[in-house]
Design a protein. Structure first.
Length: 194
């Protein structure tokens, strides 16, 4: 029996090691399966959240566009009513207010900027705004703009796409001109409440 004892002990040790290795491999497979299941659940939930977010953003965009159309229609209606109440432009409704300050970039194409002082003689001077309050416009640019007939915030706010293209060739980047136009509209609303 002396010969069999070491063989049996060795066989038991080998069987224990094989069992341990097999158990470790089986456990790692189970953990990997759980991780894969959790990852799939996470990915599915993330996809559902992203889809919900897309739907909410699309609905908000559509609601915003609808609200914008309603606001523009109401504004146009009010300007029409004001024009009927004050057709000559005397009294409460000033020329600038009756002409309307565009509230959106899309609305600028419909509103032409004034080429000359409305209701004034050829030699009459009109009030000028401080255009240097707009970032990027210094005294030199203000003088050039005044020479071109742009003296008020309203003049800059009414720039159309064609004006921006034409001015962009002389002044530089069109982006800066759009920023000037937006800032001018804001300053005009602050100053005149229009």
């Amino acid at each position: 029996m002396d010969v069999l004892t070491p063989i049996v002990v060795l066989g038991l040790v080998v069987a224990a090691l094989v069992g341990l290795a097999f158990g470790w491999w089986l456990r790692s497979r189970r953990i990997a399966g759980r991780e894969l299941t959790l990852k799939r659940r996470f990915d599915n939930r993330l996809s559902a959240i992203e889809e919900d977010a897309r739907r909410v953003l699309e609905r908000a965009r559509l609601d915003s566009e609808d609200a914008q159309r309603k606001i523009e229609a109401e504004r146009d209606s009010l300007y029409s009513r004001l024009a009927k109440l004050d057709p000559e432009g005397v009294g409460i409704v000033t020329t600038e207010r009756r002409a309307g300050l565009p509230r959106t970039r899309a609305g600028r194409g419909r509103n032409a900027r004034p080429r000359a002082v409305e209701g004034a003689g050829a030699g009459a001077s009109r009030e000028s705004d401080d255009l240097t309050r707009i970032k990027g416009i210094g005294p030199t640019f203000e003088a050039r703009l005044n020479e071109m007939g742009y003296r008020t915030y309203l003049d800059l706010a009414r720039w159309t796409s064609e004006d921006l293209d034409a001015l962009g060739k002389g002044f530089g980047a069109r982006i800066r001109l759009e920023e000037w136009s937006d800032r001018a509209a804001e300053l005009h609303r602050r100053k005149y409440g229009a």
